[in-house]
Design a protein around this ligand. Sequence first.
Ligand SMILES: Cc1ncc(COP(=O)(O)O)c(C=O)c1O
Length: 404
Amino acid sequence: MALQYGYSRSALAMRPSPIRELFKLIQKPGMISFAGGLPDPEIFPVQEFAACAEALRGLGRVALQYGATEGYRPLVDTLVERMALPLGRAVRPEEVMIASGSQQIMDMLSRVLVDPGDVIVVEAPTYPGALHTFRNAGARFALVPCDGDGMQVDQLESVLATCLRETGRAPKLIYTIINFSNPSGACLSTERRRRLARIAAHHGIPVLEDDPYGELRYRGEALPTLFSMAGEGVLFASSFSKILAPGTRVAWAVGDPELIRKMVIAKQGMDLCTSVVAQVLISEYCRRGFLDSHLPKIRAHYAAKAAAMSRALWQDLPQGAATWTDPEGGFFFWMRLPGQDTAEVFTRAVDQGVAFLPGSAFFPEPDETVGPWVDGSSFARLCFTFATGEEIGEGSRRLARSLA
Ligand SMILES: Cc1ncc(COP(=O)(O)O)c(C=O)c1O
């Protein structure tokens, strides 16, 4: 009898990641990529990391063993210390857990909060990896539009009311990227942070504050975390992926110990524990002060690239063809091409030898949206961290040709 896989309902509902699919199209020699949100491998602290491997001689028996699902305790202690300032208070170890990337934090949270059909409030635009994970759990999305100051929080109440009217239930979660958002590069203003914390608390809806880019500020003043403004109900997440190296796959979450405990139980069934080798290396890396000296280096390195991209775009793009935001940190320029479908521009750009990500990847589809849908087809995300300075200049000229 022919083999037939009896796929689960959730497997049948899965959609391939639009970004991963596009990557297949841009693997051509000579292609300049502003597409992936990748750190620059030139700035990876390879020597320092190799020096930390020395610690395995003493810690090898721990590092090579299974570890606690909550995380390697010395690394948790380091994070407790580092996070006290941005989180506005001393946090306790039971409020912290380590995860295999912040992607896993979203997955754990989906498993403990989301039943198929439940609604998650997201920004429009938002990080497609989050949409992918939430979608796998059967979530639908209520969208809050964004502008240069992040989520338009003044629309949140009406989005919540629409959700209640259309589904009979409140959303299970509000997902937000408050600093240098992927993709928009925007930071939520302090006033909006305050208002968001207030509205979420008033309705009793938990918030995932996803902050992998917060430490990558190149200009301006740091803004207070949502966590520091809210009494409870905010799960803060960050990661070593952008500030150190994504290959480590180490991230952390800080929140209500009750929720953290549930997530730990979910994680036990996912991967038992995050790679202990990676956690030991990162813990050693932080203990030796390498992270503190690395951060100013990458900030300067990426600030120069952001400035190079800004200069190149101003110089090359035909006047009136595009508008974009000049980000104060993070990885991305968010561009609007009025009257254009950026999926079509993408094809022309790839022919010219430059790639970016079309905006529609950052918005849920109409059939999974509760309430008003937001069309992202005239937007494009350009990552400035991965390409070299020279490639940024040449890529911008190629982009201009594809718009001409
Ligand atoms: C906003 C946001 N959250 C989470 C992630 C996933 O990060 P990690 O490598 O920690 O899984 C990314 C990666 O690009 C991101 O941009």
